[in-house]
Structure formats: C-alpha cells, structure tokens
Design a protein around this ligand. Structure first.
Ligand SMILES: Cc1cc2nc3c(=O)[nH]c(=O)nc-3n(C[C@H](O)[C@H](O)[C@H](O)COP(=O)(O)OP(=O)(O)OC[C@H]3O[C@@H](n4cnc5c(N)ncnc54)[C@H](O)[C@@H]3O)c2cc1C
Length: 302
C-alpha cells in the first residue's frame, strides 16, 4: 500500500510521522519473510488519534508493528500501511521500584537497564527480542515468569473509543501468551513494579537464562521463536520432536534441528513455504496426539 497524495504526505509530516515508502517487511521481521509497504514511524503518542482518523477517512488500512520478532508476513505488495512507534529517548524512567517504559523500548535493554538499578524479576525475558509493547500484547514470558505479573498501569490507544486511555493492572488479565486487550488496542507505555534485588544476583539469573537459551535454541538463525503455543499440560516442541519432525522442510522453511517448536528461514523461504510447513506439522500432531496446536506466531495474511 502506497501513500502518494501530496496533501496526505504533508499532513503526515505535520503530525511528526515519518514516511518510509516501500519498506521491506523481510528486513523488519526476525523471520526475514514479508513483502513491502509504506512504513509510518510515529514520534508522538498524541499523533495517533488524528493519524488513525486520517487513515480511516482515506480508506487506508493499517497494521501495527513492534520489533517484528513474532510475525510471519505475507509476500508481495501488502494491502496495508505499517505503523510503528519511533524509539524514544530515554526508553525507561525509573522511580523507586517503578519503571515507566515506552512501548517502543527494546525489551532486552529494558531488562538490563532495570537490573543495573537493582530491579529484577524479568531475568527470564532476557533473550526475548522485540519491544516492550509487543511483549505486553501477548504477555511474553519464559522460564516460569511473564511480563504481566509486573504491570501496574498501561497507557494505550483504544481504537473502539478512538482515544488514549490509562488502564490499571487489575483491569487487564494476563494469561499464558494471551491478554484481555482488544485486538486493535495499541500499547503506548507501561509502568512496571519490580522487586528490588542486588545487581549481582539478577546478573546470575540472567546468565542462567542465557545459557538455557544458547543450549536449546537456534539463536543464529532467522526465526520467530516458538511457532505454536504449548497446549495445557503439554509441550508443542516435545510432541513435534517425538514425531521425528526436526529438520522437516518445505522450500527453505525448516523445523529447527535444535528446537522442534522453532521453525527457521534457512535461506529464501516464502510466506507460503512457512505456512505450508506450519499446516503440515499441525496436521501430523493432530493425527498422532489428537491435539490441535494454536499459533503463537502472528500471521499477517494479505
Ligand atoms: C529467538 C526468539 C526467541 C523468542 N523467545 C520468546 C520467549 O521466550 N517467550 C516469548 O513470549 N516470546 C518469545 N519470542 C517471540 C517474541 O520475541 C515475543 O512475542 C515478543 O514479545 C514480540 O514483540 P515484538 O515487539 O517483536 O512484536 P511484533 O512481532 O512486532 O508483533 C507481534 C504482535 O504484537 C502486536 N504489537 C506489537 N507491538 C504492539 C503494541 N505496542 N501495541 C499493540 N500491539 C502490538 C503486533 O501488531 C503483532 O500482532 C521469541 C522470538 C525469537 C525470534
């Protein structure tokens, strides 16, 4: 989708929205798959209500991109413009046990910054790529912790009401890779309350989590992390592994040899290659175990 109307382009600039024409989603996602579209980078949260009113008024569909680490995007010319928050400076402001974090902040840098100020709890999230907003959206977690446990307040744009609102932590439910946010809510900032711990102790926890990731995940390869959610009481990776599917490939889309729930782009995989592999593995698991695996990866089909 391209914005060519000079008036719209001037209106975007007036809202401090930077337009990058024809951005490649393959370059913007960790899987390295995806076609192209105009990318709109938003410098000010306050620009979002007028920006969306403008896009809707001109029948321009949009999708919201965080860090691109949990996304499988279709190939070719994409039928929506891509919105993304610009990186703020600073990303995090600390006030005693509270960390006020912009949604565009890098998650790993946020964990490390808080750790250096003796605020822990998020050690398991080290190594989870992407933004804090993306982590909030689906309650990212690992090694027994999840970001939702620390959320005290979220600033978000509520598309249904067309305005920016603040939600208290108790108004939001955070479950395993699921939240009560509406699908079109946009997370803009969050306040986390973190347990106070000496930096050395947090660092020890971070090292342990890093080591676990290094020993079990294909970190040097293009992936979106786990493709499927774990069904209640079971492990998607273990089921796929038990069926001997590590290494199974369609085109350049491949089930990782290291972690059966990570599917990698081993070269020039297309969205169709990856979707076919996902469908194939899902149907084999269903046949063998009677369990229908649910995607953890978010698919943007054109
Ligand atoms: C190597 C690797 C390891 C991983 N390990 C883990 C893990 O251990 N645990 C885990 O939970 N995940 C893991 N992931 C998946 C991924 O990193 C997380 O889900 C991450 O939180 C996604 O954030 P993002 O900013 O990259 O979101 P994106 O991939 O950009 O977007 C994902 C979805 O969130 C939406 N979104 C993004 N930002 C916002 C926002 N501000 N407001 C509203 N919606 C938004 C997008 O529209 C999209 O629907 C891993 C991924 C990789 C590549």
């Amino acid at each position: 989708m391209h914005i060519r109307d000079p008036k719209l382009i001037a209106d975007l600039a007036a809202l401090s929205v930077a337009l990058s024409p024809g951005a490649s989603l393959a370059d913007l996602t960790y899987l390295g798959i995806g076609g192209s579209s105009d990318l709109l980078r938003i410098a000010k949260h306050e620009s979002i209500p007028p920006l969306l009113a403008m896009l809707e008024g001109n029948h321009i569909p949009y999708r919201f991109l965080g860090g691109g680490s949990n996304l499988l995007v279709d190939d070719g010319e994409l039928p929506w413009v891509i919105l993304q928050l610009a990186k703020p400076d600073p990303e995090v402001v600390l006030d005693r046990a509270f960390a006020h974090v912009d949604a565009a902040a890098d998650l790993g840098r946020t964990v490390t910054y808080c750790a250096k100020h003796d605020l822990g709890g998020m050690e398991g999230l080290i190594g989870v790529p992407g933004t804090v907003g993306g982590a909030l959206r689906m309650n990212a977690g690992a090694y027994g912790m999840q970001i939702g446990s620390y959320v005290r307040e979220v600033k978000l744009y509520r598309a249904a009401e067309r305005k920016i609102e603040i939600l208290k932590g108790h108004q939001i439910s955070f479950e395993y890779r699921h939240t009560s946010f509406a699908p079109d809510d946009m997370m803009l900032a969050v306040t986390l309350e973190l347990p106070s711990k000496p930096y050395k102790e947090i660092l020890q926890g971070i090292r342990i989590c890093n080591e676990k990731r290094r020993s079990s995940q294909p970190l040097g390869q293009k992936s979106a992390g786990c493709i499927f959610k774990n069904p209640p009481g079971a492990s998607a990776g273990r089921m796929i592994d038990e069926l001997g599917l590590k290494g199974l490939s369609i085109g350049d889309a491949k089930v990782s040899d290291r972690h059966a729930n990570f599917f990698v782009n081993a070269g020039h995989a297309t969205a169709n290659d990856m979707l076919s592999l996902i469908a194939d593995v899902r149907s084999r698991v269903e046949k063998a175990f009677g369990v229908q695996l649910e995607n953890e990866v978010v698919v943007w089909n054109a």
